[in-house]
Design a protein around this ligand. Sequence first.
Ligand code: 5GP
Length: 118
Amino acid sequence: MSSSGAEPSIFSRIIDRQIPATIVAETDRLIAFEDIAPKAPVHVVITTKDPQYRNVVELAAGDPALLADLVELARQIASERTGGQFRLVFNTGEAAGQTVFHVHAHVMGSSAASDTLG
Ligand code: 5GP
């Protein structure tokens, strides 16, 4: 419930391996895992290990290089899973659908494998 940062976000608990997730990629500063409630055939969440930025606007202002790294990781994941075309969504603010106030991107697309199978 908290959006103040007073208690660890659900994503910090995934990063700390306190709750399970299907992790698909990890770097020193980023982690990517499958969304628990996928809205597309491929739906991966990428978040920063550092929880200090609540949304993409704060991340862009505070650490643009890390935002660029996040986009590059999204490209790599999409290259493997969707054939390279994808949506990259940052819900920003409660009224826009943001529920976890720990910056993250949704990588969404069609499965390259299912496309191949028709
Ligand atoms: P937001 O609504 O903040 O943009 O995105 C949060 C996303 O996190 C949602 O798509 C939601 O399904 C996902 N999510 C919430 N809790 C968990 C969890 O415990 N595990 C995983 N893998 N995803 C979660």
